[in-house]
Design a protein around this ligand. Structure first.
Ligand SMILES: [Zn+2]
Length: 198
């Protein structure tokens, strides 16, 4: 059972780059391999249309949507035109593809440094540097941003409840204080969300 099924069905294009807008949606604006999101790596221009079966070996699949993945520029480079030969297939040196493989069987993502659970998973961790300090830093930063958003959202709900009470009492000064707080918190939350989400 694979991890994902395709949700997008674009028309046939002769230029594979035109599939990028479909792949962004298909992959939730994040890299197939390392899960980094567009805002965490400078935006959409840092992401590529990745040919799972490389173009040089499988030219007929160059514009075949089912062969395309969405990858950040780092993972795109690390995969390059790799394709396993007979020996590599025996040794399970195969790039994980969520449409072919059940990713959770191969990768443990419970810690910020991902670990391989199978030979194939361990090889993918090495190939895509999924346990390296830069990955850990990025995932720790995201977790911190998520935690701050959760705290600020809690504060926002309290301020909104406070505003309602003040309105019922027609306490104008308190209403104004709560409204200022609500505006400030909403702005802070939006700014943080833009760091990690599209
Ligand atoms: Zn990546």
């Amino acid at each position: 059972m694979p991890s994902k099924v395709r949700t997008q069905s674009p028309p046939q294009y002769s230029d594979y780059t035109r599939y990028k807008s479909f792949l962004r949606i298909e992959f939730g604006h994040s890299c197939t391999f390392c899960d980094i999101r567009e805002p965490e790596l400078g935006g959409v221009q840092s992401f590529c249309v990745e040919h799972y079966k490389p173009q040089n070996r499988f030219p007929k699949l160059e514009t075949e949507y089912s062969n395309l993945l969405y990858a950040c520029r780092h993972c795109n480079q690390w995969k390059g035109s790799y394709w396993p030969g007979f020996k590599q297939r025996i040794a399970r040196l195969i790039v994980l593809n969520p449409f072919l493989h059940f990713i959770d069987k191969h990768l443990d993502k419970s810690q910020h440094a991902w670990r391989g659970k199978t030979a194939q998973g361990r090889w993918n961790v090495d190939k895509f540097r999924l346990d390296k300090p830069m990955r850990v830093t990025q995932r720790t930063d995201r977790a911190n941003v998520e935690a701050t958003i959760a705290t600020l959202t809690g504060n926002l709900e309290k301020a909104q409840a406070g505003l309602q009470i003040a309105q019922r009492k027609n306490a104008r000064s308190a209403m104004s204080t709560f409204q200022i707080e609500i505006n400030s918190l909403t702005g802070q939350i939006d700014t943080l969300k833009r760091k990690i989400r599209v």
